[in-house]
Structure formats: structure tokens, C-alpha cells
Ligand binder design. Structure first.
Ligand SMILES: *[C@@H]1O[C@H](CO)[C@@H](O)[C@H](O)[C@H]1NC(C)=O
Ligand SMILES: *[C@@H]1O[C@H](CO)[C@@H](O)[C@H](O)[C@H]1NC(C)=O
Ligand SMILES: *[C@@H]1O[C@H](CO)[C@@H](O)[C@H](O)[C@H]1NC(C)=O
Length: 177
């Protein structure tokens, strides 16, 4: 009896170590691909409106609206270990307080290689506001297209596919229409 149990135990231990080794090999092999996606980000316009968000009725909060054009090819990132890729457009600027602000204004999940050519002319999907409630003193912002690869096995990896060539200034605030 004992020896049968011991044998089953040994076999399953061996199987699970084989499995671990296989998964490690898959995770490592996909690291060999250091493909870099290439893309372009351009900002057609930025507008700032004063908004009274209902939730903070007493506080005036500026909202920025960004019209952008993204073209990027993420197909090189698809291999046997790519489950999906999370891509997002991020606005970055150093506030006057010296704090680095990063705001995600648009995102998308790419699940298949066939969808990996991304050409989007659009507007921010998420509210874009400054912590100080106003963009008046905010310096020009850079916009970058970032990605996060979710593999079947292994660790997440991050990268950058494109960035605006020049930072884009925030214009003066307009009244809400
Ligand atoms: C990005 O722009 C450059 C020059 O404007 C062009 O050569 C390149 O093909 C563009 N890349 C994509 C993915 O559109
Ligand atoms: C978006 O950018 C691409 C290349 O970077 C360009 O070919 C295309 O015409 C642009 N679209 C608009 C609407 O500006
Ligand atoms: C913010 O400051 C850091 C260093 O202080 C600099 O490397 C970075 O380029 C700045 N970012 C922007 C968007 O100006």
C-alpha cells in the first residue's frame, strides 16, 4: 500500500516539476523576442473647459479635451505566449510642484494579431483633469502610447510604442458651452 502511494506521489512530483520547467521555458522563450512596436502619436488639438462636476458642486474643475491621432503596429508583439496587449495613451507633465503627473486618457485591449494595427483618430475616453483643479500653470504635456503585454505564462512587461515629438501646451480655459 505504502509503496503505491509513495510511487503516485513521486510521479506527480515529477510531473509537476516537468510542468514548472516547461512553463519557465515558455516564459523565457518569449523574452527572447525583444520586438519593438513602432508608431506615431500626434495631437490635433487640446481644449480646456471649466467644468462644475456635480459631485463637487462647490469646486471648479478644469477638464481637458484632447484630439489625437495614433498609428501603431503591435503585430510584432504577438507570439505563442501573448494572451493580450493593453495599450493606452498617457499624458505626462511635471506640475509646478515638481510632481510627475501621468494621466491615462484612452485605452484599448488588443486580443488578436489581426487587430494589432491600431489607427485611431479620436478624443480622450476618460476625464483628464489636473490635481490642482486648473491647467493654468501646467507646463506643456507629452503624450505617449504605452503598452502592457499580458502573457499566458510569466510576468507582465511594459513598453512604449510612440511619443509626441514636441510637448503640447494647454490653452487658456474656455467657458463651458
Ligand atoms: C510614423 O511616421 C513616420 C514618419 O512620419 C513614418 O515613416 C512611419 O511609417 C510612421 N509609422 C506608422 C506605424 O505609421
Ligand atoms: C493620422 O496619422 C497618420 C500617420 O501618422 C496619417 O497618415 C493620417 O492621415 C492621420 N490622420 C488624420 C485624420 O490626421
Ligand atoms: C519631468 O522631469 C523629469 C526630470 O525632472 C524629466 O526627465 C522629464 O522629461 C520631465 N517630463 C516632462 C513631461 O517634461
Amino acid at each position: 500500500m505504502h509503496s503505491i502511494f509513495a510511487r503516485i506521489n513521486n510521479t506527480s512530483a515529477l510531473l509537476s516539476s516537468c510542468m514548472m520547467a516547461l512553463l519557465a521555458a515558455i516564459a523565457l522563450s518569449s523574452l527572447v523576442f525583444t520586438a519593438k512596436p513602432q508608431g506615431n502619436v500626434s495631437i490635433a488639438s487640446v481644449q480646456v473647459y471649466s467644468g462644475n462636476t456635480r459631485r463637487y458642486a462647490t469646486k471648479r474643475q478644469d477638464l481637458a479635451f484632447v484630439d489625437f491621432n495614433i498609428t501603431a503596429d503591435f503585430t510584432p508583439l504577438f507570439n505563442w505566449n501573448t494572451k493580450q496587449i493593453f495599450i493606452y495613451l498617457q499624458a505626462e507633465y511635471n506640475s509646478t510642484l515638481g510632481v510627475k503627473n501621468e494621466a491615462v486618457i484612452w485605452d484599448r485591449i488588443v486580443r488578436r494579431k489581426e487587430e494589432a494595427h491600431v489607427n485611431v483618430v479620436g478624443k480622450n475616453k476618460y476625464n483628464f483633469r489636473d490635481l490642482s483643479a486648473s491647467f493654468k500653470t501646467a507646463p506643456p504635456a507629452s503624450y505617449s502610447l504605452q503598452y502592457n503585454i499580458m502573457p499566458y505564462v510569466g510576468a507582465l512587461t511594459w513598453g512604449e510604442a510612440a511619443r509626441t515629438s514636441e510637448p503640447v501646451a494647454f490653452p487658456p480655459r474656455k467657458a463651458r458651452v
